[in-house]
Ligand binder design. Structure first.
Ligand code: CP
Length: 303
């Protein structure tokens, strides 16, 4: 694996190998001293042209747990504001001897472009609506912890499917792992065509019925053009995951959300904090899964 941009070229064996490493990383994270020397002398740059809490902090912690040096870059406080281009910004950071770039951008394709410009490994930390592969990896890892093998499992993904790179990457990865993925949301927030073999429906009940797990997605207000969604109240009425609606899924089916949550919009508040919610487990697993990604990209790569 030279870069992690999306899941093209992946198979189940590669996912299994990465998850095996992630389980080993979880064991490291359970120790009183949570640091190992695996990537000592390596440098990881987190380059975020768009805001992030979970992805940025977990990648930075993951790199530090593996003893790599970390360069943390945020577009909003950089010379981009003075007109420097993305390419020149990346080449400037590369001159420090960076081994891996973790890149988030609001435009689709920026990490792919970066992989052409740079000798270093590039990890896509979310590009526009296109892909967010490490989020899908940590989601699938969390689902496997909860459900075991995902072959034949029905996973309902609910919310703003149209704008969601998480929905796309999850449909791609969960499909690869043999799950039956359902994508549900209000018609203005659904794509015209389904992707990666997932089923698309505006009927929430159809997606939730007998689901093994339910994942709610954030309404991406920053990507909505005016008038697409009438109001938060309409969304709550039709698509909020409530106790009653979750009861349509299999008994005990877990509830996930990649975050950040719009509290009391996508999920009823008590459910988000309740025993069926895996939201903080997803965050916890994000660190171990991202350690595994850095390990697979860098540990065996020549410095
Ligand atoms: N899930 C996710 O990508 O969260 P952040 O935007 O906080 O990184």
């Amino acid at each position: 694996m030279r870069h992690l941009l999306d899941f093209s070229g992946w198979d189940r064996a590669r996912v299994a190998a990465l998850f095996k490493t992630a389980r080993a990383m979880k064991e490291v994270l359970s120790r009183p001293i949570k640091t190992v020397p695996t990537l000592k002398g390596r440098t990881v740059a987190t380059v975020f042209f768009e805001p992030s809490t979970r992805t940025k902090t977990s990648f930075e912690l993951a790199a530090k747990r593996l003893s790599a040096d970390v360069v943390s870059f945020s577009g909003s406080s950089s010379s981009l504001k003075k007109g420097e281009s993305i390419r020149d910004t990346l080449l400037t950071l590369a001159a420090y001897g960076v081994d891996a770039f973790v890149i988030r951008a609001d435009a689709a394709g920026v990490p792919h472009q970066a992989a052409r410009w740079l000798d270093a490994a590039v990890i896509n930390a979310g590009d526009g609506r296109r892909a967010h592969p490490t989020q899908a990896l940590l989601d699938a890892f969390t689902l496997e912890e909860a459900l075991g093998d995902l072959e034949g499992r029905k996973i309902a993904i609910v919310g703003d499917i149209l704008h969601s790179r998480v929905a796309r990457s999850n449909a791609e990865l969960l499909g690869l792992l043999g799950a039956e993925v359902w994508l549900a949301g209000p018609p203005p927030l659904l794509p015209r065509r389904p992707f990666f073999g997932a089923r698309l429906t505006a009927r929430l009940e159809e997606a939730l019925k007998d689901a093994d797990a339910v994942m709610a997605l954030r309404i991406q207000k920053e990507r909505l053009s005016g008038g697409r969604l009438p109001s938060e109240e309409d969304y709550r009425d039709g698509y909020q995951i409530t106790e009653d609606r979750l009861a349509l899924a299999k008994p005990g089916a877990p509830l996930l959300h990649p975050g950040p949550l719009n509290r009391d919009v996508e999920i009823e508040g008590t459910l988000a904090d309740g025993p069926r919610s895996l939201v903080l487990r997803q965050v916890e697993n994000g660190q171990a899964v991202r350690m595994a990604v850095l390990y697979h990209l860098l540990a065996r790569r020549a410095a």
